[in-house]
Ligand binder design. Structure first.
Ligand SMILES: [Zn+2]
Length: 321
């Protein structure tokens, strides 16, 4: 009797151990997801195409990691829009190095918050920079002073952009600046309690390459979106949208979504800011990505209104849909 009990106990333990091993193996299989980092940052993909790579940044502090996008024109010029918070610099640096980039022709700051310009000083000191492009918004903070000092130290040209400006990104990509208007009026006490004010003064830029269009609006909120729709209407239409303010519900109103009508919408975020905002873009029929889940996202085009779209990871679950 005693021996039988022992045997059944032994069997029970064996089954437990076996189950545990199977469970661990299942987890291992689930975690063994594809990683297309090398494919996404393969410079062989670039020639003749406008390529736009939305980076997955990983914060190494308590701050939000932020936004960073690397664009390469069909003739090989490089634009970087935003460069994350300072601790994400290794991610930006790795992406640039993998792409074989040593010179950034256009380093663009959407607005001077740390999750957008935190990496600027390091980029300016470590890379050859054609020019830094910002709005005229000044923002007295330590990281702002750091990158302004880097611009001064290195003698890098600093070009101020405002509504109505246009310029060429290489020979074939046309850039229009929709916002902010020239002549920023600061309120008394600025920069105290200025988060919304600064976000609403983000540069809004549309890039057009033939029939292909991209829209970047930094962290603008609904108030600025509303102004833009009133002023520009259908001119906001863009096939590829960098979703405003990391996909937060401060932004992305129905009017704005309807005006832009993106086919691809990308949110750069450490998580998901608001599931409804995500779903709103999905319902619109946009291929919607969140870098916290999908990793880096590559969107490229030959200027024919058709897009090659690739995310670093596959979705392990469909809980978002
Ligand atoms: Zn931000």
């Amino acid at each position: 009797m005693i021996e039988m009990l022992r045997r059944s106990d032994l069997r029970r333990v064996s089954i437990l151990v076996l189950s545990l091993i199977l469970a661990l193996a299942a987890v291992a299989v689930a975690n063994e997801q594809v990683d297309r980092y090398a494919e996404i940052f393969d410079p062989a993909h670039n020639p003749g195409r406008l390529t736009v790579r939305f980076l997955q940044l990983t914060t190494r502090s308590d701050d939000k990691s932020g936004d960073s996008t690397i664009l390469i024109s069909p003739d090989g010029l490089v634009m970087v829009i935003d460069a994350g918070n300072p601790t994400t610099y290794p991610d930006v640096d790795r992406a640039l190095k993998t792409l074989g980039i040593t010179r950034i022709d256009y380093l663009v700051a959407s607005h001077p918050h740390v999750d957008h310009v935190g990496g600027f000083a390091q980029l300016i000191y470590n890379y050859e920079i054609g020019a830094v492009y910002t709005s005229e918004l000044e923002y007295p903070s330590s990281h702002y002073r750091n990158y302004m000092k880097a611009i001064a130290d290195t003698g890098t040209p600093h070009i101020i952009l405002a509504e109505g400006d246009t310029f060429m990104f290489g020979d074939s990509v046309f850039v229009e600046v929709f916002h902010p208007a020239p002549g920023i009026e600061y309120f008394d006490g600025y920069p105290n309690n200025s988060t919304q004010f600064v976000n609403n003064h983000s540069l809004v830029m549309k890039l057009t390459y033939g029939d292909s269009t991209f829209l970047f609006g930094g962290d603008i909120y609904t108030a600025t979106e509303r102004e833009l729709v009133d002023r520009y209407g259908d001119r906001l239409r863009a096939d590829v949208l960098k979703v405003n303010h990391h996909g937060a519900n401060t932004s992305s109103t129905k009017r704005y979504r309807d005006a832009v009508q993106p086919k691809v919408a990308v949110m750069m975020n450490d998580g998901i800011a608001d599931l409804r905002i995500y779903q709103n873009f999905q319902k619109l029929g946009a291929q919607t990505f969140v870098t916290s889940i999908d990793g880096a996202v590559l969107v490229s085009t030959e200027g024919d209104g058709e897009y090659f779209v690739l995310s670093q990871y596959d979705r392990a679950t469909s809980f978002l849909d």
